[in-house]
Write a protein that binds this ligand. Structure first.
Ligand code: HEC
Length: 143
């Protein structure tokens, strides 16, 4: 009897989006790796996806879907916008600097702010893709 009541409550909780946050809070300790990852993403300091093959694939399709290629080239080799795969950068290419460039854009240039189109997670995945294309001096990698 009690078992059935609990079961009904759980199905109800899963069925109603309103209960989503409660269910999620309960599942918190199962999912710690993902939680750590999303809080890192929100920190906007350090890319949680560098070297992550699945994230790089997603970043690659976002790169195409969002239209970054139109200025930076299909594999970020450069065009109207600068190459993002060599050692020439406008600013020191930390994760934070790249995140800020994509999120907020660069005032006075055609590089616009993408934060309305891309969420933080998507921005980090695109940066993981950009990093995967790097062909500069490995000694200059600071990310
Ligand atoms: C309309 C052209 C255009 C589009 C589209 C565009 N960019 Fe840019 N991007 C630029 C230009 C121009 C710069 C150089 C800005 C500057 O001088 O600081 C730039 C700079 C950057 C930088 C910083 C490079 C550095 O050396 O500091 C990054 C990273 C970047 N873009 C990523 C992206 C991503 C990711 C997208 C797609 C979401 C994108 N860009 C879409 C034109 C564009």
């Amino acid at each position: 009897m009690i078992g059935r009541t609990v079961f009904c409550f759980v199905s109800l909780a899963l069925a109603l989006p309103l209960f989503g946050p409660i269910v999620h809070a309960g599942a918190g300790d199962i999912d710690t790796a993902d939680d750590a990852r999303s809080s890192a993403a929100v920190s906007r300091e350090h890319n949680p996806y560098t070297g992550d093959a699945a994230a790089i694939e997603e970043g690659k399709s976002l790169w195409r879907k969002t239209g970054c290629y139109a200025c930076h080239g299909g594999v970020a080799e450069g065009g109207v916008g600068p190459s993002l795969i060599d050692d020439k950068w406008v600013f020191r290419p930390t994760d934070k600097t790249l995140y800020k460039a994509i999120s907020e854009g660069r005032r006075g240039t055609t590089m616009k702010a993408w934060s309305k189109k891309l969420n933080p997670d998507e921005i980090w995945k695109i940066i993981a893709y950009i990093r995967s294309l790097y062909q500069g001096d490995p000694n200059k990698i600071i990310w």
